[in-house]
Design a protein around this ligand. Structure first.
Ligand SMILES: [Cu+2]
Length: 151
């Protein structure tokens, strides 16, 4: 009886170590803290914040009326801006960018400012409606935006 309890205890300790290691290395690879700037009245931006939360991120939403100049300052030309601006691990993620691309950015850590999905295409995360075509996500740097990924 005692041996059995000790056995279970040892397994439990090993399990706890494995979980702790996973959490530690997991956080080293992918950041989980997000600050999301949005216009106060934007509903689809809130839905995108929830989408990030569902995917394990901790999101702080900050309403602002200066989204366009803020996005511009972040290096995103007006034509390429999404409807909100997220800051994750020193990168900007503008608009309704799907999680696969966010995770690609955070794990590959390219030497760019961030990525953007211009506008608010229907069927993208946080937006309702059917998806009518591929989403082109652009990378932001000092040069003109170029394609980063398609979803
Ligand atoms: Cu939107």
């Amino acid at each position: 009886m005692n041996k059995k309890i000790m056995g279970v205890g040892a397994l439990g300790t090993l399990g706890a170590i494995a979980v702790a290691a996973y959490l530690f290395y997991g956080q080293e690879v992918v950041a989980t803290e997000v600050t999301l700037y949005k216009n106060p009245q934007c509903g689809c931006c809130e839905s995108y914040a929830d989408y990030l939360r569902e995917n394990g991120f901790t999101v702080t939403v900050k309403p602002t009326h200066d989204l366009v100049p803020m996005s511009k300052k972040a290096g995103i030309p007006e034509d390429y801006q999404g409807c909100h601006l997220s800051v994750i691990d020193d990168y900007v993620v503008s608009g309704h960018v799907p999680i696969n691309t966010v995770n690609k950015l955070l794990s590959e850590k390219p030497d760019i400012k961030g990525v953007t999905l211009p506008g608010m295409p229907t069927g993208s995360p946080g937006m309702g409606g059917p998806k009518t075509g591929s989403f082109i996500i652009y990378q932001i740097s000092d040069d003109q935006p170029t394609m980063y990924s398609t979803e």
